[in-house]
Design a protein around this ligand. Sequence first.
Ligand code: TXA
Ligand code: MG
Length: 324
Amino acid sequence: MAYLGTDIESLKVAAEAIKAGKLVSFPTETVYGLGADAFNAGAVARIFQEKERPSFDPLIVHISHIDQLSRLTRSITPVVLRLAEAFWPGPLTLVLPKQPEVHDIVTSGLDTVAIRMPNHPVALQLITLSGTAIAAPSANKFGQLSPTHHKHVTKQLKGVEYVIEGGSTTVGIESSVVSVDEMKIQILRPGAVTAADIKKVIPEVEVVDFTKPVDNHLPSPGLLNSHYSPKKPLYISNSLDLFAGKKYGYIAFSGDGEMSGPAKVFVLSAKGDFAEAATNLFRALHYFEEEEVDFIVAEPIAEQGIGVAIMDRLKKAAFQYLKD
Ligand code: TXA
Ligand code: MG
């Protein structure tokens, strides 16, 4: 494994590696991606190997220019273009009917492909320099915590050729994934772009809010109920009396972190800002994975706006959700 900077010479090295069918971990505004040339099936296969990801969970293809859409999808409709114009580059992934050239390994055999243009200069430059689209899941082992810093990537993945050292990501949770047709936009995975944001842009199309998937019918194969888990038990609760006398780390949504029960407190946003809390969520979980605490307790937060996405990640990461 080699580290690369974010200067143009380093990004050229990374782009050559992508062209040569190698794996490169790169920063986006959401989380770090583990990237390979989307049109090189052998390289994409290595992503699954390295992540230990089951082959039924399809990848997101990243583009840096709207002209790349036509190679991936045959469905460049007015609704798609309006979503792209409003939210790209940004944390919105569109699931659209795929072109035959998009290999089954990328889409897990589905006839749709997930596409996104990330809002990060390093990611955009890397994609452009590599002259292709880049298939990339989050750069973590399957089921474990998503990386929001390059150090989180190297903690989990050892077989990646290059990791670009881009520091912390800004949004902090994975993109919103939506399926799109002319009549309906359905949120498959909640993220920083909310149903309300989409409704504002396209008021005449029905937007179906994120609904918790039923076990045996997953609208998106990656939406397993257990996911994003830290290596220690995580409970979601605000009744700290339950944990009296135990050594645990507490993820508080807001405030100054002054409290007596927990061994350590990580405050997501002192002023209680939802976007800032999302940015810090995975950082807090990675932090307590390393700290000397036996388990983690997270304060539940209101499921509104980006709070829906935060609670989605927490519930999937949680060992138990203890309701008051
Ligand atoms: O922010 C992000 O989206 C990050 C960065 C790297 O871009 N990527 C990411 O990828 O989170 P990943 O692989 O961890 O999650 C991709 C999600 C999975 O839940 C997967 O099931 C869903 O997208 N997905 C991919 N292709 C799909 C398809 N054709 N239909 C439905 N869901 C799809
Ligand atoms: Mg992931």
